[in-house]
Design a protein around this ligand. Structure first.
Ligand code: DMJ
Length: 421
């Protein structure tokens, strides 16, 4: 179907971010797992359609582009600004595409974004969710690890991991560590139960609100903890474990045992659901997966199993799974987001699989849970710089088969409008 029927030449305004993480990431992952070049060719086709989005004065991309006409713009509701997560979550996919095609242009576009943001990177490493694409600086004062901020921070860490933590990636790791200091400055603990949570920041004041989307952070902190010295690593891992407990309680505290979209914290009353729908999001089980892999603590499997049971009980219908309009009543909506298969079920599956299935020292998951092979960046000598183009890394050819040559057990926001993030 991909070879014969998949056609990206559509008069359709696509989100650059969603298309990158779901489609480019999905195709590259299929290529890494199968070695079948059809996936790489399709990834390049759609990436070429997205590429004009980065043609701004600063290199900060516009967030929407028409796939057929290739004319980019920002969504009307963003007031002309670019969104932080939408602009800073394409590094893994476009770097991987350059590595696999030998054409550096994809990597150059996305690395320029990081270089631009680094020029005015604040001491706490926390950037507002709106960035002006003409100046490259923050255009609002809201800071969050939830909607519209989240995966920018995730990709600082994962780009470093993707490049096998080599020195050419040090800027990413340094920026990530700076941002993690900022994250720690947003931590408060509830009363009476002392749940740690990540506040949002508006101007100088903190808001006692946390999105379920921000529940990717415990997994990110755990994944990045080993890059610190022993004392700091212990501290960061311990914070990750505390935050995961809070996120698990986002689920446990509702009648359906499924989490709402966001939570507010009140003195003396711990947490309460704000926006009460659940759209089958993956972030908490994603963090449970990382914590189980990195600590070996089976408690995380138990928590994941309980969340899985709640999805089975509340969201399962004859033809698939649906979200809930309200986690208090259990009333269903009529949609199964693609990230339920790509992420939520994949992370749950991996939570109950041996660590040799997609080992974390060989693969890095993009933000949509599509695994990409880790490549040593010092080996990534682009042929283009030598005046020719050729693939930089070798992936198994189709002849070796889907699982040939690898362990057989080896095979992953709603702002206004319709933006699922
Ligand atoms: C996914 O599309 C990605 O994980 C993204 O980074 C933000 N969240 C959604 C699922 O909730």
């Amino acid at each position: 179907w991909v070879a014969k029927s998949l056609d990206f030449n559509k008069d359709y305004d696509a989100s650059v971010f969603e298309t990158t993480i779901r489609v480019v990431g999905g195709l590259l992952s299929a290529y890494d797992l199968s070695g079948d070049r059809v996936f790489l060719e399709k990834a390049r086709d759609i990436a070429d359609r997205l590429l004009p989005a980065w043609d701004t004065t600063t290199g900060i991309p516009y967030n929407v582009i028409n796939l057929a006409h290739r004319n980019p713009h920002n969504p009307g509701w963003a007031g002309g600004q670019s969104i932080l997560a939408d602009s800073g979550t394409e590094q893994l996919e476009f770097i991987a595409l350059s590595q696999r095609t030998g054409d550096p242009k994809y990597q150059e576009k996305v690395e320029k974004v990081i270089v631009t943001l680094n020029k005015t990177f604040p001491a706490d490493g926390l950037l507002p969710i709106y960035i002006n694409p003409d100046s490259g600086t923050g255009a609002s004062s809201t800071i969050t690890f939830g909607a519209m901020g989240d995966s920018f921070y995730e990709y600082l860490l994962k780009a470093w991991i993707q490049g096998n933590k080599t020195s050419s990636l040090k800027l990413y790791r340094d920026m990530w560590e700076t941002s993690m200091k900022g994250l720690q400055s947003l931590i408060r603990r509830s009363t009476p139960s002392s749940f740690a949570y990540i506040c949002e920041k508006n101007g100088d004041s903190l808001t006692d609100k946390m999105d379920e989307l921000a529940c990717f952070a415990p997994g990110m902190l755990a994944l990045g903890s080993s890059g610190y010295g022993p004392d700091e690593a212990k501290k960061i891992l311990s914070l990750a474990e505390e935050l995961a407990w809070t996120c698990y309680n986002f689920y446990q505290s509702t009648p359906t045992k499924l989490a709402g979209e966001n939570y507010f914290f009140h003195p003396g009353q711990d947490m309460s659901v704000g926006t009460s729908w659940n759209i089958l999001r993956p972030e908490t089980v994603e963090s449970l997966f990382y914590l189980w892999r990195l600590t070996g603590n089976k408690t995380y499997q138990e928590w994941g199993w309980n969340i899985f049971q709640a999805f089975e009980k509340n969201s399962r219908i004859e033809s698939g799974y649906v979200g809930l309009k309200d986690v208090n009543t259990g009333i269903k909506d009529n949609m199964m987001q693609s990230f339920f298969l790509a992420e939520t079920l994949k992370y749950l599956y991996l939570l109950f699989s041996p660590p040799t299935v997609i080992p974390l020292n060989e693969w890095v998951f993009n933000t949509e849970a599509h695994p990409l092979r880790i490549v040593n960046r010092d080996d990534a000598n682009f042929a283009a710089s030598k005046g020719q183009q050729k693939p930089v890394i070798k992936i198994r050819s189709r002849k070796t088969g889907r699982l040939g040559g690898v362990d057989r057990r080896v095979g992953v926001r709603f702002p206004p409008g319709e933006h699922a993030a």
